[in-house]
Design a protein around this ligand. Structure first.
Ligand code: NAD
Length: 358
């Protein structure tokens, strides 16, 4: 085995069904008595449920709900939330939602030093990372800082039951993408690879069931467990071509986050395949229907999930393919295979057209 370095970020996790009832105890652990609750407008109903539960606890008085979390953490929303937070006298943050809401929680926590309890409701995995992407003046800037990592995380499977099947599928593949790239990360290690493979195995087994039976509790539980593991991988090792492509495409052409990850993953993996034969073999072992071919396994999974396969279906224009190739090959992340602009252009064209990866 080659040498490696391993860091374990200090973060407490509570996992299960009905765990929302444990939020007051978790806040008490953090010595928090005046939490501000964050959510998107669509998830106000879940935030209000948290508020109700917390209100019943002795010694905790929530200061209110800020229901304006937005994709890509725009600076104006963070400024507004910060003002609300300061005037409310909040001593802690509770974010309930997907990566957009977790992002707002992180943005506020890193600015104020307040403890941040994250309650994820998608499979994006942001709650497990010290990474924050913020958009100011139309430009998304990403930074990493230990102070960005939430203080504790409550996973409640019940909250994921309302995640629509389509978003469950793409959000789950977004999680799988973190683990796929974690398997060939330059700073990867055997512990992260264990988590990555278990995360992919859990999601690949459960997501098709969720799409056909969204109320299947064991499948929902298995998917959330897998998403947690994939989030740990994202937070601990570096990402490569796939994530660079998705950042370039999502940031420049306003493409939806999870859907873009879903379309790009098989193509980015196919580009890298020859450079990572052992990873391809391990991946094939955890992807049902692969017949020993990881790309085939991903194609089978995406077909079963009934997801859209072309970026053009989300409004990307064919003439944007060249621009995307320019952006994606500028300041490239480390990647197991050299980045060749013409070949990357072809990868992006295939993603745009919705062709099957091979
Ligand atoms: P999201 O948070 O934007 O949620 C998408 C929509 O689904 C929202 O309207 C939300 O309210 C709704 N939703 C979420 N959970 C629901 C549920 N259980 N029931 C019903 N509706 C629900 O989507 P996302 O994919 O989780 O997050 C994407 C954002 O997170 C992007 O900005 C991305 O850059 C960021 N992200 C960051 C990291 C990181 O480590 N920093 C990791 C992953 C994603």
């Amino acid at each position: 085995m080659s040498s490696f370095e391993y860091n374990q970020a200090p973060l407490r996790v509570v996992f299960g069904t009905g765990t929302l009832s444990k939020v007051p105890a978790e806040l008490a652990r953090l010595k928090a008595s005046k939490p501000l609750i964050l959510c998107t407008p669509e998830q106000t109903f879940q935030a209000e449920k948290v508020e109700e539960i917390v209100k019943l606890a002795q010694g905790i008085t929530p200061v209110g709900v800020f229901p304006k979390a937005t994709m890509h953490t725009p600076g104006n929303i963070t400024d507004e939330a910060l003002e609300f937070l300061k005037s409310s006298g909040a001593d802690s943050l509770v974010s309930i939602g997907g990566g957009s809401t977790t992002g707002l929680g992180k943005a506020l926590a890193v600015r104020t030093g307040l403890p941040h309890l994250s309650i994820p409701t998608t499979y994006a995995g942001s709650e497990m990372t010290p990474i924050l992407g913020e958009t100011v003046g139309g430009e998304k800037k990403t930074r990493s800082d230990p102070a960005i990592l939430p203080t504790s995380v409550v996973y409640d499977v019940d909250l994921t039951m309302t995640l629509p099947p389509g978003l469950s599928a793409t959000s789950g593949v977004n999680a799988i993408a973190h683990s796929v790239e974690g398997l060939y990360a330059q700073n990867g290690n055997p512990i992260m690879s264990l988590m990555a493979l278990e995360g992919i195995r859990s999601l690949a087994a459960s997501l098709p069931t969720i799409v056909s039976s969204p109320s299947d509790v064991p499948a929902r539980s298995q998917a959330l467990y897998g998403a947690w593991l994939c989030g740990v991988v994202l937070g601990n090792v570096g990402m490569a071509l796939h994530h660079k492509l998705c950042h370039a495409l999502g940031g420049s052409f306003n493409l939806p986050h999870a859907e873009t990850h879903t379309i790009v993953l098989p193509h980015a993996l196919a580009y890298n395949a020859l450079a990572i034969p052992e990873v391809m073999q391990k991946l094939a072992e955890v992807l049902p229907g692969s017949d020993g071919d990881a790309i085939k396994g991903l194609n089978v999974l995406l077909t079963n999930l009934k997801v859209k396969r072309g970026l053009k279906e989300f409004g990307m224009k064919e003439e944007d393919v060249d621009k995307a190739a320019d952006i994606a090959t500028r300041n490239p992340y480390w990647n197991p295979r050299d980045i060749e602009k013409e070949k990357i252009r072809e990868v992006i064209r295939r993603c745009w057209a919705g062709e099957e990866a091979r």
